[in-house]
Design a protein around this ligand. Sequence first.
Ligand SMILES: [Zn+2]
Length: 202
Amino acid sequence: MANALTLLNHCAEPRSDYFMKRRNFISVLATLPLALSSALAFAAKRSTADIAALREQWRDLVPEGFQPPSVADTVSRTEAEWRQLLTAQQFDVLREEGTERPGTSPLNAEKRDGIFVCAGCELPLFTSGMKYESGTGWPSFFTSIPDAMNTKRDFKLIWPRTEYHCARCGGHQGHVFDDGPAPTNQRWCNNGVALKFLPTRA
Ligand SMILES: [Zn+2]
């Protein structure tokens, strides 16, 4: 900047000043289509067909020897039974709709192939192929395994949010927002403590 100013002062002739300003304006313009095209390229990274394939073929990532329970085989337990089965933190999130502190889950950094199952009943909810880095400090996904979750409106904060929970045991998982990556634009913001990760290969 100092150099540019010095240059302007040194050749303070109106004509060259005009050309310099014009050149700067043109170079700003030139960067715009590039920024736009890279944003579009990012958005076009996954097609709707890719998302459908991820959802349909989630079983490809199930580790050998793990039998995923059926969502139809619902789980219902008393509060005392859940307290016995879960850690205090898991109970707070899954059964009381608590929220873990952001950035605390080891699952934020999980990048291996595998599936994320409900910590309450082991129903598969997401695969590693559905995960992305949202920068929020909570494990985030742009789609989910079909029929794994039920949703409800939540008015705990001033604005309404969409809460979602495991369709098998009813355990609270997180909230789904519409600011995720294209083409789904979904951001399933999940409490890491409500999930268990099962790597495809040990
Ligand atoms: Zn569950």
